[in-house]
Every structure is written in structure tokens, then in C-alpha cells.
Design a protein around this ligand. Structure first.
Ligand code: G4P
Length: 534
């Protein structure tokens, strides 16, 4: 059954996206400006809480502040042009890539933010690759036009060759750096003149043109800037076909806009294009191949993020659920697919910047944070009617390993419990030697910073003074038969560990050992990731 008309419209007006970028490209600045246009904040500086306490929701973010990085990711919601936009923040630091990958599983489109001077940077490329795995549509916003940078044609060429994705400039800059004088909107044929001295960000002179090469705007900018822009536009307009929304929605071309997030110039233009072209919630496939229509009245969703102790005053744990279909109501009962049990979702939050608001009703496309008493793990699926399981959220092979010790033997059990919590949250992975069990698990992480955060959180949230004893492993692999079944016996002298879903894993010192394992066991696949859902 489908939702009744007005509620189906609610689903269709949802837009859920994330910004992907390299640290320092201006993600926070752009986010602030988007929230400003969405009417959520009335001045900037409220997202990172640089100077105040606005965004400080947990003490372990202290570490984040000290390091000047964004470790956690949250969801920001605002209304714009009749749409309800959910912007999922992605953590900026490379060590938290796994968390970011999970966030990208929960969006319907992405905005790739590029610093005009730096071009496509390493982290952007990696995140872009994840978006490509799901073929999600990607907008490109070229930022910092008020600073010197690469020529726009060169930059577009760089994006196309590095990412092997065709670009379609929707706007074109008039000058750059000191000579930055505005933006030409190729679809509306409007020229927007940039005046750095303007007092109000809304004070922008916009002139509608018959064509880009009209002489009507000639006198508004310096002759050489005018001429150069015309030359560039001659090329762009001459070469490119019409903008094909279908190609964009299929993830084949990326519409590009230019601007300066800091100067709040071009951000509203991007936002308008976003509203015009971005897709609403899409159908999602279950493991059994069912395609769930977002407008179905069966409320379905999956957990893509778990975060403990977001607010010290509450000492809680929040499971973030991306709703895939139907209507969510606070207090509703859902079927927890993995545990095969019914759970009441009594507390639910939506997040605006760092504030949380109780949400009574939400629709497919929305993210709700539900209070979790230990029922949820990343990748869990929920539904209000029959049990379903969405496709897996991949788990990545850790590259750093350690055991943890606590000087006070009485606190050993508490440490084990804390490790379990944090692994369910996806902050670490645990591996056990079947002969020893959970008493002394091996901890695996993807990046160094994860270890630092782990020790900090053990201390801060669980009041445990712990030490990490590093182990020499650098490789973890899940041995599978060609049919995908777990393999428990390997030729060669390999210890088989177990992960927390009882799957066999081998931990190796170096890649060379892996080559050896592969050579000795030609009938076995050594998987780098396996499903998180049980
Ligand atoms: P991130 O979240 O992607 O890491 O980047 P963030 O927004 O924190 O921006 C990184 C730096 O780039 C900031 O400067 C920010 O002001 C600057 N920036 C962002 N967008 C633009 C832009 O359009 N033009 C220019 N010129 N700069 C931009 P900062 O020196 O780190 O901080 P602050 O000067 O804002 O205090």
C-alpha cells in the first residue's frame, strides 16, 4: 500500500545530501551559508562552535576541538523553496573515512566541494569513488573564487580527467581572485555582479541578458575581464550540449557551479540548482531483491551511525536511522530484523546544527536519531510491517591493531563492556581468539586518530585509565569460499580469529604474508570487507 497523497508529497519534498571535500576546502563555511539561506541560523559561526558553546554536545569533542577537526557527523535540516533539505555532515579527517563512507550510504545526492586553487585533492577523490559505487548524483561547487586559483577551464579539465566524470558548468565565473567580478548563470542567462564591499549578502546586482555575449554588461566590469570571460564562454557554449538531467541523475555528469562560500556569493545559486535538480528519496533494494518504494506505507529504514554520549547530561546512545520508506511516528513499534524482535521507538530526535529537537513525525528521506539501549548495530534494518533487510553497509579492513590493558584488574569487565559498546557504534572493530574469548580482544582501527579517540573516550566516558599495547599486524582478511561461505581451515600456519559476528578472520603482519596465504589457499577468497549486518 502507498501512503495517502499528502503524505507521499511529504516524502517527495525530502532532499538528503552530504558535502564531500578535502579538509579546508570550505565545507564548514559552505554549510553555514546553506543554513543561513535556509533560515536556520542568522549569523555564521554556529556550526563548529568555534567561539562559543553552541555546537559543543559532548566532552570528547574537546579532542576534536584541540585538533581542529570534525570527528562526529550530524544532520542538519532546513526548509528551502518548499523542500525539506537534510544535510548530513561528513567528518573531515582522513582517519574517519569509515564513518564518512557510512554517511554516504544514507544520502540521495552529494555536493563535491573543490578549492579553486587546489583542484581535486586526495580525500575528495576517495569520497567521490564511494559516491560512484552507488552512482549517486554529484553536484560540484568550486569554492574560493575570491582567491587566486586555477583557470576555470583547466579546473574542469582536471576534474574530468582525474575523476573520469563529465562536468557541466551551470555557472561561469567572471574573473578570479583580485579580478573576481561575478558569476554568469548559463541556464537563466543572468549575470550577477560581485561587490566585495557590499554590506548585505543579499545586495547583489543581477542583470538578465539575451545572451552571454550581450554588450549590456560590458561596462560593469573591466574590459579585459569581460573579454576573457567571453572567450571562455565561447568555448564552453560551443562545445557542450544541453544539460541532461537524466545523465546527472544517473551519476554520469556533474553540474558545476562557482562561488565563494566565505563571501556568500554563488551559494544561493547553487542552492537553487540543487532544489531544481536534486533527486528525492530513491527506492532501495533489500537483500532479497525487493525494491522498496519510498512512498510505501511500510516504514522502513537502516542504522548508518551510532553515537554514544552525545550529551553528557543525558549519557545516552543514539542510533541514526535513515528512513527509506513510509512515515515514522514517535512511539511506534518496529520490527528489528536482525534480532527478530519488536521495539518501541520512544525517543527520537532530529538535529538542527547541534541542537536536538524531538521529532514526532518524519518521512522517508529523513534521518531520525533514536535512543538506543543497546539494540542497534550499524547496518541494522527496521520496518513497521514485515521484516526486511537492506543491502549491507560495508565494513573496511582495519590496518592498525592493539590490545588494551587496564591497571586495575577489578575494572577489566567494565573495559570489555566499553569496548563492546564502541565496536557496536562502529568506532572500532574487535577480534577474538576463540581460545581466549572476550577477555582480551584485539582492537582494529583504520587510522591512528581512532586509537587516540578511543583512549580519550575510555577515560572521559567510562572513567577508565587504559593503555594500548600495539600489535604488529597491518592486514585483516575474511577468508571465504568461492561461494561466499566462511572458511575456518586454512593451509599454512595461520591463527583464525573471530569477529563479533563470529566470522573467521586472519590477522597478518604484512602484505607479503597475505600473498603467502593466497598462494597456499587458491580456492579461498580473502575479503577486505564483509557485511556488518548479521
Ligand atoms: P573545512 O570545513 O572544509 O575544513 O573548511 P572551512 O570551512 O573551515 O574553511 C577553511 C578555511 O577556508 C577557513 O579559513 C575559511 O574561512 C576559508 N574559506 C572558506 N571558504 C572560502 C572562500 O570562499 N573564500 C576564501 N577566501 N576563504 C574561504 P581559516 O583561515 O581556517 O579560518 P577563518 O579565516 O575563517 O577564521
Amino acid at each position: 500500500m502507498l501512503l495517502p497523497g499528502p503524505e507521499a508529497l511529504e516524502v517527495q519534498r525530502r532532499r538528503t545530501f552530504a558535502i564531500i571535500s578535502h579538509p579546508d576546502a570550505g565545507k564548514t563555511t559552505l554549510t553555514e551559508k546553506l543554513l543561513y539561506h535556509g533560515g536556520v541560523i542568522h549569523q555564521t559561526g554556529e556550526v563548529k562552535g568555534k567561539s562559543g558553546t553552541k555546537a559543543v554536545t559532548s566532552d570528547w569533542m574537546e579532542l576534536e576541538r584541540q585538533k581542529g577537526i570534525s570527528i562526529t557527523s550530524s544532520v542538519m535540516t532546513f526548509d528551502y523553496e518548499g523542500l525539506k533539505i537534510n544535510l548530513l555532515d561528513t567528518p573531515g579527517h582522513k582517519d574517519f573515512s569509515e564513518d564518512t563512507y557510512r554517511v554516504l550510504m544514507a544520502v540521495d545526492s552529494a555536493c563535491m566541494l573543490i578549492d579553486v586553487a587546489k583542484g581535486v585533492e586526495e580525500r575528495t577523490r576517495k569520497l567521490y569513488d564511494v559516491c560512484r559505487l552507488r552512482n549517486i548524483p554529484i553536484f560540484t561547487f568550486v569554492n574560493k573564487l575570491d582567491r587566486e586559483g586555477k583557470a576555470p577551464l583547466d579546473l574542469i579539465d582536471e576534474v574530468e580527467t582525474t575523476l573520469k566524470m563529465q562536468c557541466f558548468p551551470l555557472t561561469w565565473p567572471v574573473g578570479i581572485g583580485d579580478r573576481f567580478r561575478g558569476i554568469y548563470n548559463r541556464l537563466t542567462k543572468e549575470i550577477m555582479i560581485y561587490d566585495q564591499r557590499r554590506e548585505n549578502v543579499g545586495d547583489v546586482m543581477i542583470m538578465k541578458l539575451d545572451a552571454y555575449n550581450s554588450s549590456a554588461w560590458k561596462d560593469l566590469v573591466r574590459e579585459d575581464i569581460y573579454q576573457q570571460t567571453l572567450e571562455e564562454l565561447d568555448l564552453v557554449e560551443g562545445v557542450l550540449p544541453k544539460f541532461d538531467v537524466g545523465e546527472f541523475l544517473a551519476g554520469k555528469i556533474s553540474p558545476v557551479t562557482f562561488g565563494s562560500a566565505k563571501q556568500n556569493f554563488g551559494v544561493d545559486v547553487f542552492l537553487n540548482f540543487f532544489c531544481q535538480f536534486s533527486p528525492g528519496p530513491q527506492g532501495r533494494k533489500t537483500k532479497t531483491g525487493l525494491d522498496i518504494d519510498p512512498c510505501e506505507d511500510n516504514m522502513t529504514g537502516f542504522v548508518f551511525k551510532i553515537q554514544a554520549n552525545m550529551d553528557r547530561r543525558h549519557r545516552d546512545r543514539v542510533a541514526f536511522i535513515r528512513l527509506c520508506s513510509g512515515k515514522f511516528e514517535r512511539g511506534m513499534k518496529i520490527k528489528h530484523s536482525r534480532l527478530d524482535k519488536e521495539i518501541r521507538l520512544a525517543y527520537s530526535n532530529q538535529f538542527v546544527a547541534a541542537d536536538r529537537e524531538t521529532v514526532d513525525i518524519a518521512y522517508a528521506g529523513d534521518i531520525v536519531g533514536v535512543n538506543d539501549t543497546g539494540n542497534f548495530a550499524i547496518g541494522d534494518s527496521v520496518s513497521s510491517q514485515s521484516r526486511i533487510q537492506f543491502e549491507d553497509i560495508p565494513k573496511f579492513a582495519p590496518e592498525l591493531f592493539a590490545r588494551m590493558t587496564v591497571p586495575d584488574a577489578m575494572k577489566r569487565r567494565k573495559m570489555q563492556e566499553a569496548l563492546l559498546h564502541l565496536s557496536e557504534e562502529g568506532a572500532i572493530q574487535l577480534f577474538v581468539d576463540p581460545n581466549i574469548g572476550m577477555q582480551d580482544p584485539i582492537i582494529g582501527v583504520v587510522g591512528e586518530l581512532q586509537f587516540e579517540v578511543l583512549v580519550h573516550r575510555m577515560n572521559d566516558e567510562y572513567n577508565l585509565e587504559v593503555k594500548l599495547v600495539r600489535l604488529p599486524y597491518t592486514v585483516a582478511r575474511w577468508p571465504r569460499s568461492k561461494e561466499g561461505k566462511p572458511v575456518d581451515n586454512l593451509k599454512g600456519n595461520f591463527t583464525i580469529y573471530r569477529d563479533l559476528i563470529d566470522q573467521p578472520v586472519i590477522l597478518l603482519n604484512q602484505e607479503w604474508d597475505l600473498h603467502w596465504a593466497v598462494k597456499e589457499n587458491t580456492e579461498v577468497d580473502f575479503a577486505t570487507s564483509i557485511s556488518r549486518a548479521r
